[in-house]
Design a protein around this ligand. Structure first.
Ligand SMILES: [Zn+2]
Length: 428
């Protein structure tokens, strides 16, 4: 304990103070909702305007210049002292939510950026900090996720712009109306000086809690494959068809589902889920003739994911052949895995070490804004322990002391990043 330097002691105090403030702010922002009694904030909604209006004075008080871009992203810039051309460290996450959400998913990562700017005010760094609150990550309104982050990297392609919400309004129309009513919106693009992106996010799973760790360092985001698998047999009377003469589509699907689980277990860290199943005709006294299943497969390595998918689909064909069923397979979604920047990941890990926290390197099984930003700007992600692994649910939680750990670690990250920027400057 006597080894603790004054600098470290003051960081611990700043982190504690910042964590208390951040927890309170999450509760304040949870009041900004489209649906009384639950948290719901969607892309370009009035509830999102309310969040912007609430955060703006906090950010301005911290010395930031605040703007909203035409894609509805909140942008706060804390300039580097007297250096217009300084590189930028982006810190952000999303401000939209799923229906009936918790108070921390996304919001925490945006408030972490603000907390670090506030806690760092005593020091000067050779880089600017831009805090970004993305307008859409969950895809709740249009079914298409990452609209905010896609806009800033120039990837709002025409198929996305044509997606429509429940009222038949397209993304393109929603964006046009939004900007027309708000002439003060700025360009939705990343600065060419953006040098790194850092995202803090609750884990949304049980791993850190089971390892008794406050923080995890994310080194990559899993790729995803989704398929629909349909088994077709013969419907018939449940009382008159002997077992040996049936072609029961649901019994075939059930056998296949257990192999989906078994195949995923053969590969370390692979996950495969049959999340939807529908049987027809669905009578209590009728042999199921048609069964449709979804399957979702994820892994950090694309080759492993492909092997799992291949194994699963071969089993579907084999089981169908054995049981006299027809099988129809539609692979409709392929999202490659994303690796985060090795240098920044190591830097984040070192920063956590300096702050006194052991960490675990992890792959995110969920998608995050970092997935969209990483191919354009070197990116790193930090997970915070998520009690019970509960997320996308009102019971979602995070411990204040783990937020303090994240802020302390983040302050060390800023120091490490300053050295990194200076090193780059010298080698350039
Ligand atoms: Zn999220």
């Amino acid at each position: 304990m006597s080894l603790t330097t004054t600098g470290e002691a003051s960081r611990v105090a700043l982190a504690r103070e910042g964590a208390g403030k951040l927890m309170h702010r999450c509760k304040v922002l949870a009041q900004c909702t489209e649906k009384p009694g639950e948290i719901l904030r969607t892309f370009l909604s009035p509830a999102m305007d309310e969040v912007h209006g609430t955060m703006r004075p906090w950010m301005e008080a911290a010395g930031m210049t605040v703007a909203v871009d035409w894609a509805g992203n909140l942008r706060g810039l804390y300039a580097a002292d007297g250096n217009e051309s300084a590189p930028r460290l982006l810190i952000g996450s999303h401000l939209d939510t799923v229906p009936n959400a918790g108070a921390y998913d996304g919001v925490l990562g945006v408030l972490m950026g603000l907390a670090l700017v506030e806690a760092r005010a005593v020091r000067s760094y050779p880089f600017a900090i831009e805090v970004i609150g993305f307008s859409d990550e969950e895809g709740t309104r249009f079914g298409a996720p990452f609209l905010g982050s896609r806009a800033v990297v120039g990837e709002l392609e025409s198929n996305l712009l044509q997606c429509v919400d429940g009222d038949g309004v397209s993304v393109a129309d929603a964006l046009r109306d939004y900007a027309a009513l708000r002439p003060e919106t700025v360009e939705a693009a990343l600065s060419p000086r953006a040098a790194a992106y850092l995202e803090f996010h609750i884990e949304q799973g049980p791993v850190l809690e089971s390892r008794n760790l406050a923080l995890g360092i994310v080194e990559g985001l899993a790729g995803q494959s989704r398929c629909n698998v349909e088994f077709r047999g013969r419907a018939g009377h449940a009382g008159t068809n002997p077992m040996k003469q049936r072609r029961d589509a649901l019994a075939g699907a059930a056998e296949w589902i257990t192999t989906v689980e078994a195949i995923a277990k053969r590969y370390e860290n692979a996950v495969a889920t049959v999340g939807q199943i529908a049987a027809e005709p669905g009578g209590v006294n009728v042999i199921p003739g048609v069964v449709r299943c979804s399957v979702d497969v994820r892994h950090a390595e694309d080759a492993v994911r492909a092997a799992v998918v291949q194994g699963i689909l071969e089993e579907a064909r084999a089981i169908a052949a054995k049981r006299g069923l027809h099988v129809k397979i539609a692979q409709y979604h392929e999202q490659p895995a994303v690796k985060l920047n090795a240098e920044l990941v190591a830097l984040a890990e070192r920063a956590a070490g300096h702050a006194g926290y052991a960490t675990k390197r992890m792959t995110s099984g969920a998608g995050h804004d970092a997935m969209v930003i990483a191919p354009h700007v070197p990116s790193a992600m930090v997970f915070l322990r998520n009690p019970g692994g509960v997320s996308h649910h009102p019971d979602e939680n995070v411990a204040e002391e783990d937020v303090a750990a994240a802020i302390h670690m983040g302050l060390c990250f800023l120091d490490e990043f300053a050295a990194h920027v200076k090193g780059k400057g010298q080698s350039a």
